[in-house]
Design a protein around this ligand. Structure first.
Ligand code: HEM
Length: 533
């Protein structure tokens, strides 16, 4: 009898728990009848798994397509265990980003806090965020003023692009490289050089990279792979202690002032030691994966558009033809890379490296016909705006020309770097890196994507196969090992001949198109073209 009572009591408790779970899941629906239309899915997980279902990053994905067509561009849902408003509307996204700390607040899921650490800029709020951000902006400015800023980036690009020559020599003229890996190598070397003043050859750089990869693996697999979290935390601790060591060493060296990012950081009295380490990790994190993905996206989309590649190549030949042997690119040269900038913008629009950001409502917010209830999660989805055909004609097509004459600075319909008080401080660095890498790539190789690989949003974006590309050095290539020039092991660019006359008006080019040479599509189905050079 006692056993029967126990079973009954357990059943009652279980029922009560279930009821509480169901009630707490659906209660916000009842309490907020004026919230936008939408659905909450099942208790606990809500619609999270459907929201996170992988899809090509240049498409909306079935969840957003389905919900937008059913409920409109702003709808409610239950994501990441929280009642949520999802915004695919450019005006509301802008409003959310501009009202940071007034009506909305950055709010990344708890396990991410655990991995990034409590002093990470993506996690801190209010005055702490302002303080860290001001320092970040000062650091970006001081880095840009450094005379070796552009030269450091170009040298690293030259050495990576140059190293493929050796591979081609070993294995015949054509060779397949895992492009994402090469782009990562480049972006990591640049950011470690910019932030810590370390060169790729130094052993400590390899150590940081190893820990950093483990840290990243845990971070990006969230929230699909929660068991990865402790592993990422351990990696964070290891990388923190290495960075702490580097900071201490530099601090002890005192007068050996290199005038770099780390010196500015060290001279700040406003930050605790922990904040300084966190600051370095934020910069490495921000500057590594996103930037390497941007470069991979550019190569991916150009790999499908021989015409755009021709225009980019012609632009870079023009720039290089005016330079002396081994002369580095200058900021004036960078300003001349106009078509390259259009290509970068278009790769950001089509590739959607950051699909959405996490916010929460600090109070009940009325915006137009919507009510966003206090405490709810708010997700401004950038990809939905980037791929909206009402805002971008032929939104599915990769058409760099659309950026000609466009004022992107204040545009609400193009926000790859976020906006408002949390606008990415590294956007300019990422674009310079992409442009400089592309410069040496297009001048020295023809390439084609080996097989089929598309950028997938998991929602974190990744090329499933690491973007294998077949590369072949160009006869007109302008790279030469420095050994042949100065007895050093790095690579230099030698002067180019006059640029070939390829430039045609963008407008004309798109009018010229016949169905047989239809514009390259953002969609993965479009054919891969062998690039005629
Ligand atoms: C293609 C490259 C990049 C993309 C697409 C990108 C995108 C973004 C986005 C969307 C945000 C806003 C996050 C939010 O509002 O919650 C952000 C913030 C941030 N990014 Fe980037 N980023 C890139 C490159 C970089 C680089 C090169 C760095 C470092 C040098 C960097 C450092 C940061 C930092 C520190 C923040 C936090 C800013 C804050 O909260 O005030 N990013 N980035």
């Amino acid at each position: 009898m006692v056993g029967g009572e126990l079973v009954l009591a357990a059943l009652v408790i279980l029922l009560a728990l279930l009821l509480t779970l169901v009630l707490s899941h659906f209660l916000p629906l009842l309490l907020n009848p004026k919230a936008p239309k939408g659905s909450f899915g099942w208790p606990l997980l809500g619609e999270t798994l459907r929201f996170l279902r992988p899809h090509a990053s240049n498409t909306l994905g079935s969840f957003l397509e389905d919900h937008c067509s059913r409920y409109g561009r702003v709808f409610k849902s239950h994501l990441f265990c929280t009642p949520t408003i999802v915004s695919c509307d450019q005006e509301l996204n802008h409003f959310i980003l501009q009202n940071e700390e007034r009506l909305f607040q950055c709010s990344y899921p708890r396990p991410i806090h655990g991995i990034l650490g409590k002093s990470s800029m993506l996690v801190v709020l209010g005055e702490d965020h302002k303080r860290l951000r001001n320092l970040a902006l000062a650091l970006v400015t001081s880095t840009k003023l450094k005379p070796s800023y552009l030269g450091d980036i170009e040298k690293i690009a030259l050495n990576i692009v140059g190293s493929w020559y050796d591979m081609c020599k070993d294995k015949g003229r054509v060779n397949v490289i895992a492009f994402c890996e090469e782009a990562r190598k480049f972006a990591f070397s640049v950011i470690v050089k910019q932030v810590l003043g370390l060169s790729p050859e130094e052993p400590v750089t390899a150590m940081i990279l190893e820990d950093f990869l483990a840290f990243m693996k845990g971070l990006i697999s969230f929230p699909l792979y929660i068991p990865g979290t402790p592993y990422a935390k351990a990696a964070r601790e290891r990388i923190s202690s290495t960075v702490k060591g580097i900071i201490e060493e530099r601090g002890n060296a005192g007068s050996s002032n290199k005038g770099d990012f780390l010196d500015v950081l060290l001279s700040s009295n406003e930050l605790s030691d922990e904040e300084k380490v966190s600051f370095v990790l934020d910069s490495l994190l921000g500057g590594y994966e996103t930037t390497s993905l941007l470069i991979s996206m550019v190569v991916y989309f150009l790999g499908q558009s021989a015409q755009d590649l021709e225009l980019v190549k012609s632009e870079h030949e023009g720039i290089r033809s005016k330079k002396e042997k081994g002369e580095f690119l200058s900021s004036e040269d960078y300003k001349k890379m106009e078509y390259t900038q259009h290509v970068i913008n278009e790769a950001l629009r089509c590739g959607n490296i950051v699909k959405f950001v996490h916010r929460k409502a600090l109070k009940d917010v009325r915006y137009k016909e919507y009510l966003i209830p206090s405490g709810w999660k708010v997700l401004p989805v950038f990809s939905a705006v980037h791929l909206n055909p009402l805002l971008h004609g032929n939104a599915q097509q990769f058409q760099p020309c659309r950026w000609e004459g466009a004022n992107q600075g204040t545009s609400k319909k193009f926000t790859p770097f976020g906006g408002g008080p949390r606008l990415c401080p590294g956007s300019e660095l990422a674009k310079v890196e992409a442009a400089f890498f592309l410069h040496h790539l297009v001048l020295n190789y023809r390439w084609r994507i080996d097989g089929n690989d598309i950028p997938m949003a998991y929602p974190y974006v990744e090329f499933q196969r690491g973007l294998p590309i077949e590369i072949e050095p160009l006869c007109s290539g302008q790279l030469q090992p420095r050994t042949e020039v100065e007895g050093n092991s790095s690579w230099v660019a030698v002067a180019a001949g006059p640029p070939q006359r390829r430039r045609r008006s963008c407008l004309r080019r798109h009018h010229d198109r016949t169905p047989a040479s239809s514009p390259p599509s953002c969609s993965p189905a479009s054919s891969l073209l062998e690039l005629a050079v």
